[in-house]
Design a protein around this ligand. Structure first.
Ligand SMILES: [Zn+2]
Length: 412
């Protein structure tokens, strides 16, 4: 019997596809053999007990499989991903996890608690930044209304942001010749944008038009979903690992991406941190003020203050974790969790309700954005990729998005 890592990797892919029959959100991307997908989709879904037993078998198999000298990270990757598949199966089978236990089982990190005093301090700084009367929430919303992109200009603003993000990324990462990224506009979703990687260097990015889109979302979308974020991460993994040799390694496990797995912390963390790798500090402000604000027909005089407000919102982003922990662990009911988000993340009631719907579906996944970004930044800086060393920053970043490294392997 073939006991190589590659054989277990094939079993892992088929297991992930089988789990997808029980949870429609689980398989985020798949571009492996279509016959495997057909098998997974035929007949009744395999019973959860059977899938859970198989996950354990695969964990043991990967642990004891002979490994080539350059496959150490590959084994770690498979063990981390399989551990998450096993935990997600346990959840689907009715086992209850606390927020922190779930985050650790799925994403390999225990999210630290952010005290309310940290949020209150950021709100106090925002009080200074935002003039006018009323609560800080009201003043923030009034500023926000001044930088909403008119619907008819949304696409042209996004396309300008995407073109610039792509140019900047191409100077540092070798993308496939087939590199392509299509934007679609949708409504009725719990997320604000989503990258669907299709394989072959292609992505479809969907943008949710339910809520007004502020100008900062243009670069968030272009860089987070596209360049150098999710689209590039998927394309580089495909190119370097999934493709058969001589181009890649023929590592089939990279043809599937289970959403509730440690890979997602790296994916969301690099997608968020990638925005400031591609557009560090003043460069982001200059591009938004001098290019995007005019295209959107907005007053560039608002750009600088908005950038300073955004810096505080990065602190407030951790309020999502506290709201989700309280809500999922049963300490906050839905209304209280929404009120917490309105107070500390400055969302409107409508936005807070939308975030709660996201939390209903994706649960502890919320940590991957803020904590993921923080951990990725720490790792890149630890590699010498400081703000003062942009070339090393890019190099470390590209190394991370083209490696099987999972959160545990960040060594933080
Ligand atoms: Zn994302």
């Amino acid at each position: 019997m073939d006991r190589s890592l590659s054989r277990w990797a094939s079993d892992y892919v088929n297991l992930v596809l089988a789990v997808g029959r029980h949870d429609g959100d689980f398989v985020d991307a798949y571009y492996g053999p279509q016959a495997w997908k057909a098998v997974a989709e035929a007949g009744e879904p395999r019973p959860l007990a059977e899938l859970r037993a198989e996950a354990q078998q695969l964990l043991e198999g990967v642990t004891t499989a002979p490994v080539l000298p350059d496959e150490a990270l590959r084994r770690e990757y498979l063990l981390g991903q399989l551990g998450a598949v096993a935990a997600h199966l346990a959840r689907l089978d009715g086992q209850r996890f606390s927020f922190d236990d779930e985050a650790e089982a799925l994403y390999q990190v225990r999210p630290p608690v952010t005290p309310e005093a940290t949020f209150a301090a950021a709100l106090a700084r925002l009080e200074q930044l935002l003039d006018g009367s009323g609560s800080v929430q009201d003043r923030y919303q009034r500023l926000r209304e001044r930088i909403i992109v008119p619907t008819l200009r949304v696409d042209v603003v996004f396309q300008a942001a995407i073109a610039e993000a792509r140019d900047r990324t191409r100077k540092h990462a070798t993308l496939p010749d087939s590199d392509h990224f299509r934007v679609e506009y949708v409504t009725g979703k719990s997320w604000s944008a989503y990258n669907w990687y299709q394989g072959g260097g292609h992505s479809v990015i969907q943008v949710n038009l339910d809520l007004p889109i502020t100008i900062d979302r243009a670069l968030d979308l272009a860089a987070h979903e596209g360049y150098p974020g999710h689209h590039v991460y998927n394309a580089l993994l495909e190119q370097r690992f999934a493709k058969p040799s001589p181009q890649g390694r023929g590592w089939v496990e990279f043809t599937v991406y289970p959403l509730f797995s440690p890979q997602s912390l790296i994916a969301e963390g690099t997608a968020n941190f990638g925005i400031e790798v591609a557009f560090p500090g003043e460069e982001r402000l200059a591009f938004e003020r001098d290019v995007l604000f005019p295209i959107a027909g907005l007053d560039p005089g608002e750009a600088e203050r908005w950038a300073r407000v955004q810096a505080e919102l990065k602190v407030l982003a951790f309020a999502d974790n506290e709201a989700a922990r309280g809500y999922l662990d049963g300490h906050l009911d839905r209304a209280a969790a929404e009120a917490f988000l309105v107070r500390y993340s400055l969302r409107t009631e409508g936005q807070a309700a939308q975030r709660l719907r996201f939390i209903d579906t994706y649960r502890s996944y919320v940590i991957n954005y803020n904590l993921g970004e923080q951990l990725v930044r720490a790792w890149v800086v630890g590699q010498g990729g400081t703000v003062a060393e942009p070339a090393r920053r890019w190099a470390a970043f590209v190394e991370l998005i083209s490696s099987p490294r999972l959160p545990k392997g960040l060594g933080l």
